[in-house]
Design a protein around this ligand. Structure first.
Ligand code: BGC
Length: 645
């Protein structure tokens, strides 16, 4: 017993000692861990932020609106640390921003909403809230350099469901009307500005040669002169200052885009998009440079470099094309931006080498869009190692700052005011979109003068996948990158709805998507469509009418005396085998949110004025068709560019 008690006491003493020891070890360990975390945070901060300078005086020259832009740029540049300069060269996707504070912490030059990257509330208010947060964050940085917020508003402020959606560029090409294009660009900038967006990745100056490519509709035409005329009209309109600020534009995709060969894509699943440019230097100079030259003359703010190769070199690595040709020969004074992940995409080197190569080739701002921390680190190291000269960095930053100063961003109130939101999807803009849709309708066949249709017809039958589907008529780059299906755009009008509003009250209008009707009518309208697609998702070996729509036309023909086919598509489709069976045929392209514009022309409230902005191939063996209209098999296209009844 005695022994036991003694042992227990001893044991208790030992346990107490051990507990104390454990406790103090734990305290030491926690303190140590805290120290390590603190130290590494400190080191990380030191590494990320570099030299810390005091804020500039409130009357610093660069802050004075009455000083010349050149002087303001020089003054600001002289105050910037290397890290701040590299920050300005960074363009980060909003969804990849780790913390909003990173905007000021790294002095980022720009943020973008890549297609489909939207605020939680996808309303004009939600967008304004998002851009205000980013803008206010940028203002907190030491130098308070305003940030650019960019998006693809290539047919209106397409990310926002309630915005006005204009015809895609190919339809504008069919209008051949620079004044109209300019007005559309002004309206688009108004809607963007209202939600705090100050940079539009438009216009596309691509020249498509092959309808199998998924981006034909983003281009105005394959004719360099028409692309140049409409592209520069767009830039002039989009950049027009309103209330002290102007929206920046980005002409894209420099250069040769549209001449890639089938099955040359670097992308795993694409066929032609992001492929190899077939055009040689003569063709590049004669057909692809003139629209960019026109853009430079129109004072375009930025030019986006393509994700394609020319020969065995990525264009983003081509000092010849970017610096010699674009900056030196063409005297482009804006800044060069890469396309999505364009510095690293398809690079067969390390990220460090890819950064060095692109910046030395002449890249000024990198659409990273994720890797901003490593970009800052790599480029800093490259300057320290003299792999990139500080002169090159200064040139890049000066170009970016120049455009920021010129656009008035430094001189307007930091946070945009909430009173312009009504401009998004306004009546006035929708009317403009309706006029544009009407003007883009291209009449390619009209037997027995079937069109314009009679508004007072007793009975009209409407069929086809595009008749009552706004998602199809607006195409991709609307709400989602790949577009949407159905009628979910508030304020938009489907073509069917437009027809309903146009015909006389006494007309019986019947709609069945599959074209099956129980009662006959004198007129049938088949509104057929392509499903929306963007970029390489639209690469298509054989662009043709869907079986479903072919069937709908056949069904409709059984119930209607005469049938007009209206095609909603981003490109000409192969229709040689079918067109003979139609009485009339209209290419409606991707007319946008105002389907009433289509009805206006079908029923004669507006005249048909559209002309084909590119040749309409008769067969696959004609592809690609050159800008001179020459086909591969020397046969003639179904319709030549410029045709339209
Ligand atoms: C497209 C560009 C676009 C960019 C940003 C890329 O995938 O090629 O045209 O501007 O994304 O959304």
């Amino acid at each position: 017993m005695g022994k036991t008690r003694k042992t227990k006491k001893k044991h208790e003493k030992f346990t107490k000692k051990a507990t104390n020891l454990r406790r103090s070890r734990w305290i030491v360990f926690s303190l140590g861990a805290l120290l390590v975390v603190g130290l590494s945070l400190y080191l990380q901060n030191r590494e990320d932020l570099g030299e810390q300078l005091p804020p500039p005086p409130t009357d610093a020259l660069y802050k004075q609106a009455d000083q010349a832009v050149e002087l303001r740029v020089a003054d600001l540049l002289a105050r910037m640390t290397l890290e701040e300069k590299i920050g300005q060269m960074s363009l980060v996707d909003k969804n990849s921003l780790i913390r909003t504070e990173d905007v000021s912490r790294y002095n980022l030059g720009a943020v973008l909403s890549g297609a489909g990257a939207k605020p939680d509330s996808n309303t004009p208010e939600g967008w304004l809230d998002l851009t205000q947060k980013i803008t206010a964050e940028a203002a907190k940085s030491r130098l308070g350099i305003p940030i650019l917020f960019g998006t693809d508003a290539n047919h209106g402020h397409g990310n926002v469901p309630s915005a006005t959606i204009f015809p895609h560029a190919i339809g504008l090409g069919a209008t051949n009307d620079p004044e109209l294009v300019k007005k559309i660009a002004v309206a688009t900038s108004d809607e963007l500005r209202a939600t705090g967006i100050n940079w539009n990745y438009s216009p596309s100056l691509d020249g498509p040669k092959d309808i199998r490519w998924g981006r034909v509709y983003e281009a105005f035409s394959d004719d360099p002169a028409l692309i140049a005329a409409l592209g520069s009209a767009y830039i002039t309109g989009a950049q027009l200052p309103q209330e002290g600020t102007s929206v920046l534009t980005s002409a894209k995709h420099y250069i040769g885009t549209g001449s890639m060969g089938w099955d040359t894509s670097n992308h795993k699943t694409y066929k032609i998009d992001q492929g190899v440019i077939i055009a040689d230097e003569k063709i590049l100079r004669e057909q692809y440079l003139p629209p960019f030259q026109a853009a430079v003359t129109a004072n375009v703010s930025s030019i986006m470099v393509a994700l394609t190769d020319w020969g065995d070199e990525r264009i983003i690595d081509s000092n010849y094309l970017i610096t010699d040709v674009l900056k030196n020969d063409m005297k482009f004074n804006g800044f060069v931006v890469s396309d999505w992940y364009g510095v690293y995409e398809y690079a067969d080197s390390s990220d460090y080498d890819a950064n060095v190569s692109a910046i030395n080739a002449g890249l000024d701002m990198a659409m990273l869009p994720f890797k901003y921390k490593s970009f800052l680190k790599d480029v800093k190291r490259a300057v320290e190692k003299q792999d990139i000269s500080i002169e090159r960095i200064d040139d890049a930053v000066s170009r970016i700052l120049t455009k920021k100063f010129e656009s008035g961003l430094f001189d307007t109130s930091i946070v945009p005011v909430n009173d312009q939101l009504a401009k998004v999807g306004s009546k006035e803009h929708r009317l403009l979109a309706r006029i544009a849709a009407a003007q883009s309708m291209t009449l390619l066949k009209n037997d027995k003068k079937l069109l314009p249709l009679n508004k007072d017809a007793k009975r009209i039958l409407v069929a086809g996948s595009g008749a009552d589907n706004v998602g199809r008529q607006v195409g991709a780059w609307t709400v989602e990158w790949q577009g949407i299906d159905g009628n979910d755009l508030p304020g938009a009008t489907s073509i069917l709805q437009g027809i309903k509003e146009t015909v006389s009250s006494g007309t019986q209008l019947e709609y069945a998507q599959n074209g099956v009707f129980s009662e006959r009518a004198s007129i049938g309208i088949a509104i057929i469509s392509e499903k929306p697609y963007a970029e390489g998702f639209g690469d298509n070996e054989e662009p043709k009418i869907s079986d479903e729509d072919l069937q709908a036309i056949e069904n409709l023909k059984k119930s209607a005396d005469q049938v007009v086919v209206v095609l909603i598509s981003g490109r000409p489709l192969l229709i040689s085998d079918e067109i003979n069976g139609w009485d009339a045929f209209v290419a409606a392209w991707l007319p946008g949110s105002e389907g009433a514009g289509v009805a206006d022309v079908l029923f004669g409230d507006q005249q048909f004025t559209g002309r084909l902005p590119l040749p309409w191939p008769a067969s696959l063996s004609q592809l690609p068709i050159t800008a001179n209209g020459d086909t591969q098999d020397s046969s003639i296209p179904l319709f030549e560019r410029g045709f339209g009844l």
